[in-house]
Ligand binder design. Structure first.
Ligand SMILES: [Fe+2]
Ligand SMILES: [Fe+2]
Length: 395
């Protein structure tokens, strides 16, 4: 299997991953042979990349970190939790931050949230979700294809996957993993209290609009902070996921220590970020940068990798970034790459498998020469080259 740009899709290719519509109905099932009409329909719906199965990459296996079943179940329950809480919002009388906070703390809003079937179901999903995450040491199959209408919910599941796999790598216990999962599932729920037109605005926000969007952090915290099934610590994920190590984040301009504190997971409400929120901040940026949006394609994984690396110390906890770079591959399996030096300069191929000990040096199956002519596949192992091979993702 491999990932391709929809612009390179030709009729007759076989779909490698099922594509879902906005209500999680199946649009096109894995294995279907794509026609010109299918391809145009996908383009019109805004899909930029798809996964395909072909003979050349039949031996390349893309493992999802969680099953399709658990992914859909969690995404749907996040969606329903948002909707049921949103439907309780009638008219917020005044629109200052303070009045909205007051409104969020009314029994009507709290009840509609915590007594909803959707929220109860979502709390249940976490056990299934974590059972599957427990088998993951590295993140080989990220970059889910997001359907644009449901970006927020799918993004919430993907950030939960990234954050819990990192937490597992840090040997945090089950309780912490549960706190992270529920906090991540609902990290952007505060957005329901911000004007929808601003939240869904495709272009750049004005300074004023951005100030309003920033409040989603505080609103999320206010909604979750005293919900027994969530706990205050998890509520700090929505509150702090846009804070930065150097104090340039929002809403409170908290700082970080750039050190890991896996034992105590330091928690000092008014001074420093808590560690699970530092993980959430990283996961949030990683997923937001990699995801295709209607107004721009996502950045390729090698570029996002450098973004995160470059932000170590100022944006993100430095020690946490070190851990992250051992969990998230720079060149994920199934991605197309172009060789930048050596005897295979400008050859292109597909990442075929990862080396868990040297995540940036996978195996690559070269399929085309520099003139884009197909060749008999050549497999190269980047971890066993005398001169290091450099490459970049091209899809
Ligand atoms: Fe956010
Ligand atoms: Fe987010």
């Amino acid at each position: 299997m491999r990932r391709i740009n929809i612009d390179n899709a030709e009729p007759g290719i076989v779909l490698g991953k099922t594509i879902y519509g906005s209500n999680y109905e199946i649009l096109l099932r894995r294995g279907v042979v794509l026609t010109k009409t299918h391809i145009n329909q996908l383009k019109n719906r805004g899909f930029i990349r798809i996964y395909i199965d072909d003979e050349e990459t039949a031996d390349i296996v893309l493992e999802d970190p969680i099953s399709e079943k658990i992914r859909i179940m969690s995404t749907k329950d996040i969606f329903k939790t948002y909707k049921v809480t949103q439907s309780a919002i009638t008219n917020i009388e005044a629109d200052t931050t303070e009045s909205i906070i007051k409104y969020i703390n009314t029994p009507k809003i709290k009840k509609s949230f915590q007594e909803s079937q959707a929220f109860k179901q979502l709390c249940n999903d976490i056990n299934y979700f974590l059972d599957e995450i427990m088998n993951q040491d590295i993140l080989s199959g990220l970059n889910s294809i997001k359907s644009f209408d449901n970006y927020t919910y799918e993004h919430s599941v993907d950030t939960a996957i990234i954050a819990t796999v990192i937490a597992k790598r840090l040997h945090l216990g089950k309780e912490k993993l549960m706190q992270i999962a529920i906090g991540e599932f609902l990290h952007d729920i505060g957005k329901i209290f911000v004007d929808e037109k601003i939240i869904n605005k495709p272009g750049k926000l004005t300074a004023e609009e951005f100030e309003l969007v920033k409040q989603h952090t505080t609103y999320g915290y206010e909604l979750l902070k005293d919900i027994q099934k969530i706990g205050t610590v998890s509520a700090h994920i929505p509150y702090q996921h846009h804070e930065r190590q150097d104090g340039t984040g929002y809403p409170r301009g908290l700082k970080g220590t750039n050190r890991l504190d896996t034992m105590g997971v330091a928690y000092a409400e008014h001074e420093k970020m808590i560690m699970i929120a530092e993980i959430a901040a990283l996961a949030d940026v990683y997923d937001a940068c990699s995801s295709d949006r209607p107004y721009r394609p996502g950045l390729s994984p090698d570029v996002v990798y450098e973004v995160i690396k470059g932000g170590a110390g100022s944006q993100f906890n430095k020690e946490l970034v070190d851990c992250f770079l051992n969990v998230v591959p720079k060149y994920p399996v199934g991605f197309e790459v172009r060789i930048k030096n050596g005897m295979y300069k400008d050859f292109t191929g597909i990442v075929s498998s990862l080396n868990a000990h040297q995540l940036s040096k996978p195996k690559v199956k070269l399929l085309c020469d520099p003139k884009k002519k197909k060749i008999d596949p050549i497999e190269i192992d980047l971890s066993s080259q005398s001169t290091p091979i450099e490459m970049e993702c091209v899809c």
